[in-house]
Write a protein that binds this ligand. Structure first.
Ligand code: XMP
Length: 323
């Protein structure tokens, strides 16, 4: 796409002119926007860029490693991955209220992220980069995307603590729409899966595990969700559906395995089509595909999951996420 190539070329030139010999710090969530901003800045300034990735352990299976591999392997930059899985589990111990979970995950993220930034800022003053895109700027809160405010404050970290100083803010994608951002990402050689990623809530799998979040429960959900994603990709449903994922409701049901009775976890599948996430329809995935997913989950997770159900609720009255 020549238009995107010339956008990349011009932006790289501008960024180099603006930044000079200075340094830039970017918060990388692994979502499309911050990843494309990181790739673009890497092309422009290489090692003068530091990306900070806070790994709270609530991403999908292998996702943290994939992000690290992508950015340390293919792109020139300083990549900092902060592993705070343990401290998150500690903070979330015994918490079952959805809003409290969100608050803890968000607050902890903010603290860890800015502590790291402050360390860097003591060496020398840098610029602060964000993956803000055009719709983020025009939707002043309650626009088309109901949750966009929450999403943005969480991912793009617009609220900077007052005790952190920067040379300025850099937003290289601020005039682009989402589809243009994806094209730029592809032009820069980001992996296809990353560029076409579905929206993923800031609190991650935390709001898809009903009840207490524990390491074994995260592992169960990650495994089932990975099987669902694999089947959907094989059957070409990835781009057709706005979002699809598994939920761990925390319900045990009775089943049978050979001549034994089992009492194991239930997995729910959620899949929706929507234009703006304000309203959504449950996706009419063919029975054969649902059957295949159910067969694989109960088979590959024998003794752990013995029942799979499909969520046939639209929004409203249901929300997309279960929490
Ligand atoms: P709901 O569940 O409100 O979801 O119908 C609509 C869209 O928003 C995403 N979502 C969130 N994103 N932080 C986020 O960054 C959150 O707390 C959050 N809750 C929901 C959800 O995945 C869907 O795309």
């Amino acid at each position: 796409d020549w238009q995107m190539e010339s956008f990349v070329e011009n932006t790289v030139k501008e960024l180099r002119g603006q930044i000079g010999e200075k340094h830039v710090i970017l918060g990388l969530s692994g979502g499309v926007d911050s990843s494309v901003a990181a790739a673009l800045l890497s092309r422009a300034i290489g090692k003068q860029l530091t990306c900070v990735f806070v790994d709270h352990g609530l991403m999908r299976k292998n996702e943290g490693d994939e992000i690290e591999e992508t950015f340390t392997g293919k792109f020139d930059m300083n990549f900092v991955r902060i592993d705070c899985k343990e401290s998150y589990l500690e903070k979330l111990k015994g918490v079952i209220d959805p809003e409290e979970k969100r608050k803890i995950i968000g607050t902890e993220f903010y603290r860890v992220f800015w502590d790291e930034i402050k360390k860097h800022q003591t060496d020398c003053l840098s610029y602060f980069a964000q993956g803000t895109i055009y719709p983020d700027r025009i939707e002043s809160g309650k626009g088309k995307n109901g949750k966009s405010d929450t999403i943005k404050t969480h991912h793009n970290m617009v609220d900077q603590p007052t005790d952190v100083q920067f040379l300025g803010t850099i937003e290289p994608l601020k005039d682009l729409f989402k589809d243009e951002v994806r094209k730029v990402g592809e032009t820069l050689g980001l992996p296809h899966e990353l560029v076409w990623r579905q929206p993923f809530p800031g609190p991650g799998l935390g709001v898809r595990i009903i009840g207490e979040i524990t390491a074994p429960r995260i592992a169960v959900l990650q495994e089932a969700d990975w099987i669902l994603r694999d089947e959907m990709a094989k059957n070409g449903y990835e781009k057709e559906l706005a979002q699809f994922f598994c939920v761990l409701p925390g319900v045990n049901t009775v089943g049978v395995m050979g001549d034994h009775r089992t009492y194991a976890d239930l997995i729910a599948i959620r899949a929706v089509t929507t234009d703006d996430f304000m309203t959504a329809d449950w996706a009419k995935i063919p029975y054969e595909i649902l059957g295949k997913v159910s067969g694989r989950i109960t088979n590959e997770m024998k003794g752990i999951v013995n029942r799979v159900v499909y969520d046939i609720t639209s929004k409203p009255p249901g929300t997309v996420e279960w929490e």
